[in-house]
Design a protein around this ligand. Structure first.
Ligand code: ATP
Ligand code: MG
Length: 350
C-alpha cells in the first residue's frame, strides 16, 4: 500500500499545457478513477506518477518519497498502458512472469504466481500461446495480469478494460476490484466509461484541458457537480439558464425554477433526467416540487429505460423513465413534469 501525492504539477509539450497545476491525493489502498475527455491529460499524469516523464513544475511523491529519487525497479509500480505492448516473441506465461523473473524470483514460486494471475483474468489455459494468437480482449487481460502479478504498491491502469465486451468487462471489473482489495494496492484507473468509474472507485477526479475540475467520492461528485462540464461529463443533466431570483432562477420564458440551496447570483442549475417525474393523471404532485406542463417531442426506447424529450414552453427537458411495464406516454402527449427542489443543483461555472 502506498499513498501517492501529486502537488501543483504542470507539464507542457511545446506551447501546449497538458497538465496545469494539478494537485491530487491518492489515498493509501484506495481505488481512484480518473475521468476526462480525450487529450485532457490522463495518460500524461500516469506517466509522471510512474516516473517515465517528469513535471515541469510541482512534486510527485509515493509514501513521502519523491519519485524522481527512486530508481524504476524500486518503485514497485504496476502499470498497464493504453498501448499495452506485450513481448511478441514470448508466450503469455512469460509475458506475465517477466517482472517476477527480473526480480529473480525462484522458478516454482514464479510459476505458481503466474498461473494464479492467469486464472484470475480467465486465461488459465492459454499460457503457452503467443500474443498474436490471442484476441484483443485476451491480450488486454494478459497485460492486466502482468501489471498486478508483482504485487505492486501502486497500480496504474490506463483504460484496462476498454477492449472487452460488456459481460466480460463486468466480470473483470469484479475481479479487478477483488484483487485490489485483497492486495490492498493503491489503484489509479483511467476510464472513459462513467458507469465503471462510479461503480468501482472510492474517489473520482475529472480532468479538463489539463486541469482538475472536480474531485470527490462518486456519489458526491454525481450529486453535487460544481460545473456544467462536470454535470454533463459524469452522467447526464439538463442545464437551465436564466436570471437569479430569490430562491432560484427565472428562465427567459418566464418559468421559475426553485432551488433548495440556491447560491447568490447564480444563473444556472442542473437537473438530472432521472430526477424529473412525469406525473400520472390524478396523482398529487408533492408540495414544493418544481412543476411544468409540457409536450413530448421525442421518445427513445432503450429496453429498461425510456428517454423523453419534453418541450415546456420553449424549454426542452430530457426525462428518464424506468420501463416498469406501466402505460407510458407517447409523442405529442401533453404531460405534467415535476421534480424536487433538492434535485435542482446550482451551477456556478462552465
Ligand atoms: N510526448 C508528447 N508530445 C507532445 N504532445 C503530447 C505528448 N504527450 C501528450 N501530448 C499532448 O498532451 C495532451 C494530453 O495527452 P494525454 O495523452 O495525457 O491525454 P489523455 O487524457 O490520456 O487522452 P485519451 O483519453 O485520448 O487517451 C494531448 O493534447 C496530447 O496531444
Ligand atoms: Mg490516454
Amino acid at each position: 500500500m502506498a499513498h501517492v501525492s501529486v502537488r501543483n504539477v504542470s507539464r507542457s509539450f511545446g506551447a501546449h499545457k497538458a497538465l496545469d497545476d494539478v494537485s491530487i491525493d491518492f489515498p493509501d489502498g484506495g481505488f481512484y478513477a480518473l475521468l476526462g475527455p480525450s487529450g485532457s491529460g490522463k495518460t500524461t499524469l500516469l506517466r509522471l506518477i510512474a516516473g517515465f516523464d517528469f513535471p515541469d513544475e510541482g512534486q510527485i511523491a509515493i509514501d513521502g518519497d519523491s519519485v524522481e529519487r527512486v530508481p524504476v525497479e524500486k518503485r514497485r509500480i504496476g502499470m498497464m498502458f493504453q498501448n499495452y505492448a506485450l513481448f511478441p516473441n514470448m508466450s503469455v506465461r512469460d509475458n506475465v512472469g517477466f517482472g517476477l523473473s527480473v526480480r529473480g524470483e525462484p522458478r516454482h514460486k514464479m510459476a505458481a504466481e503466474v498461473q494464479a494471475a492467469l486464472d484470475l483474468v480467465q486465461l488459465g489455459s492459454l499460457g503457452e500461446r503467443r500474443p498474436h494468437q490471442l484476441s484483443g480482449g485476451q491480450r488486454q487481460r494478459v497485460a492486466l495480469a502482468r501489471a498486478f502479478v508483482t504485487r505492486p504498491r501502486v497500480l496504474l491502469l490506463d483504460e484496462p478494460l476498454s477492449a472487452l465486451d460488456k459481460a466480460l468487462r463486468v466480470d473483470m471489473q469484479f475481479e479487478l476490484k477483488r484483487i485490489q482489495r485483497e492486495i490492498g494496492i493503491t489503484t489509479i484507473f483511467v476510464t472513459h466509461d462513467q458507469e465503471e468509474a462510479l461503480t468501482m472507485s472510492d474517489r473520482i477526479g475529472i480532468l479538463r484541458d489539463g486541469r482538475l475540475v472536480q474531485e470527490g467520492p462518486p456519489d458526491e461528485t454525481y450529486e453535487r457537480p460544481g460545473s456544467a462540464f462536470a454535470a454533463t461529463f459524469l452522467g447526464d443533466a439538463n442545464i437551465c439558464e436564466g436570471i437569479a431570483i430569490e430562491g432560484g432562477i427565472r428562465l427567459a420564458n418566464g418559468t421559475e425554477i426553485n432551488i433548495e440551496k440556491p447560491v447568490k447570483g447564480c444563473t444556472r442549475c442542473a437537473i438530472r433526467p432521472e430526477r424529473i417525474r412525469i406525473a400520472t393523471s390524478g396523482a398529487p404532485i408533492p408540495a414544493g416540487d418544481n412543476r411544468l406542463h409540457g409536450t413530448i417531442l421525442r421518445r427513445v426506447f432503450a429496453g429498461n429505460i425510456i428517454t423523453y424529450f419534453v418541450d415546456c414552453s420553449g424549454l426542452e427537458l430530457k426525462v428518464l423513465v424506468q420501463n416498469d411495464g406501466s402505460i407510458q406516454p407517447y409523442i405529442n402527449d401533453a404531460v405534467r413534469l415535476h421534480w424536487s427542489k433538492a434535485s435542482t443543483v446550482p451551477i456556478v461555472s462552465d
